[in-house]
Design a protein around this ligand. Sequence first.
Ligand code: SAH
Length: 253
Amino acid sequence: MSGWLAIAGLGPGATELVTPEVTATLAQATDLIGYAPYVVRVPERAGLIRHGSDNREELDRAFLAFRLATEGRREGVVSSGDAGVFAMAAAVFEAVDSGDPAWRDLDIRVLPGISAMFAAAARIGAPLGHDFCAINLSDNLKPWELIERRLRLTAQADFVIALYNPLSKARPWQLRRAFELLCEQLPATVPVVFASAVSDAREAIEIVHLGDAVAERADMRTLVLIGSSRTKLIARGNGRPFVYTPRSAGASS
Ligand code: SAH
């Protein structure tokens, strides 16, 4: 039987948010490869080998996947959210690009998943209803100066911004600096959403204004959404407003 490699996003956490396509495909896999906490989200079964690894070993994981797929094994390479968003899919294609030319002819599929920004947005309303961008705040794979430049320019262009990887023990100050910089570009009243552990039991969502945003509120499982100057709150009796960004901006008609 010929091997294949399916790169699959497992969604933000809840089983209901894993797509049927991902579930059906992983049920056929012989091996699972990925960051250990994600690999364990796929139910155990006889004949399935799980290769959980450390967070920083993305390229090694991709090479392992190719080695096994060329041996005829069926690989599920898993990420949280969508595998194409700051995750394993790009690492796999980096390996294809630089590795054995025979890998290009393997059966490689990418299966979409629900990214954290979509799960978080859906919880609070429709903050991504107009133009938006996603920025990975981790400076592990790019210089911090580049992140600052992108933050400044996207804020000037008035995009809604989804910040992934806002904070970790190894990166304690970056989000605070990002807020300072955004405060220089945007009104202090712009809504900021801290959406943590969306869709699992520890889910916590907090909506504040940019001027009051405290970086330490975030952790490694928080998606931080920064509104544009047009993002609005609709107050509700339960104290939890809806957040949305109108679909039009400066429309001519
Ligand atoms: N591929 C993933 C992102 C991986 S980067 C996706 O598409 O969602 C990891 C970052 O994603 C975390 O630091 C956090 O910012 C965000 N994230 C992942 N799961 C989350 C969840 N359940 N709730 C909030 N943010 C989450």
